[in-house]
Design a binder for this molecule. Structure first.
Ligand code: ADP
Ligand code: MG
Length: 249
């Protein structure tokens, strides 16, 4: 298998006349954690949406495992092994945590494997239990998702994303709005998930991801201004300037 799992070639995204992202060429390595950082409004979520297939780029191309996936429908991305969790929490509040994960797993089964026998439902329930445990929510199994703490809801969302057994997991600011303790728990989870799959992480707080990232990309005003190891990025003059005067780094 190739060392590069995902790459973009001069991708861009316009919203009407506004260029949110311009000419981004980058490679993401298999089995590594790559973080996409930059100040608010830099274009991180836009790039994330291009990588996860939620948006079609208005220029350039996206390749996953050597295959051109530009403009493919969102569900095809899930089927290929790419899963994501958005910046905004997205769970079914009235369903229990177990039901939320089961629904996520079920969605994939019914879409891609409609002839599976009913016995597969028990597999789904078991799988949901396994995933709940994986994200540390086993003791919240029967609680409506809407009653969970914010950090737990984000962990649940990741559990739902894992239902498709993704080779690539994309996370957009998974610690947004979290307390320091919730943030610590989430970063530990991200690290442990990265043992088993490739992770791409979007984050505006640079300090948070410096310690766990193998590589970083830095976006600013829709352009890729730097990329490299944490040491490269720490030493980069342009990055220092961009982050100077920001309250959170
Ligand atoms: P980040 O995630 O780095 O904070 P975004 O990718 O969300 O930045 O946004 C980058 C720029 O694109 C911002 O100026 C934002 O206002 C603009 N933008 C994002 N989404 C849209 C959209 N759907 N329509 C118009 N402008 C958008
Ligand atoms: Mg964003």
């Amino acid at each position: 298998m190739s060392e590069v799992i995902l790459r973009t070639e001069k991708v861009g995204k316009r919203f009407g006349g506004f260029v949110a992202l311009k000419d981004i060429s980058a490679e993401f390595r298999r089995g590594k954690i790559t973080s996409i950082i930059g100040p608010n409004g830099a274009g991180k979520s836009t790039y994330f949406n291009l990588l996860s297939g939620a948006f079609t780029p208005t220029a350039g191309r996206v390749e996953f495992e050597g295959r051109d996936v530009t403009g493919l429908a969102q569900h095809r991305f899930a089927h290929m092994g790419i899963a994501k969790s958005f910046q905004i929490t997205n769970v079914f509040p009235q369903l229990t945590t177990h039901e939320n994960i089961r629904v996520a797993a079920q969605a994939l089964v019914s879409r891609f494997d409609i002839w599976r026998p009913r016995a597969a439902m028990t597999d789904l329930a078991d799988k949901a239990d396994h995933l709940l445990e994986r994200v540390g929510l086993q003791d919240r199994r029967n609680r409506p998702a809407g009653t969970l703490a914010h950090g737990e809801q984000r962990a649940l969302e990741i559990g739902m994303a894992l239902a498709s057994d993704p080779r690539l997991l994309l996370l957009d600011e998974p610690t947004a709005g979290m307390s320091p303790e919730e943030t610590r728990v989430m970063m530990d989870l991200v690290l442990s998930l990265a043992q088993e799959r490739t992770v791409i992480l979007v984050e505006h707080k640079m300090k948070l991801v410096m310690g766990i990232s193998d590589r970083l990309l830095v976006l600013h005003h829709g352009e890729l201004i730097a990329e490299g190891t944490p040491d490269d990025i720490r030493r980069n003059e342009m990055v220092k300037r961009v982050y100077l005067g920001q309250r959170e780094h």
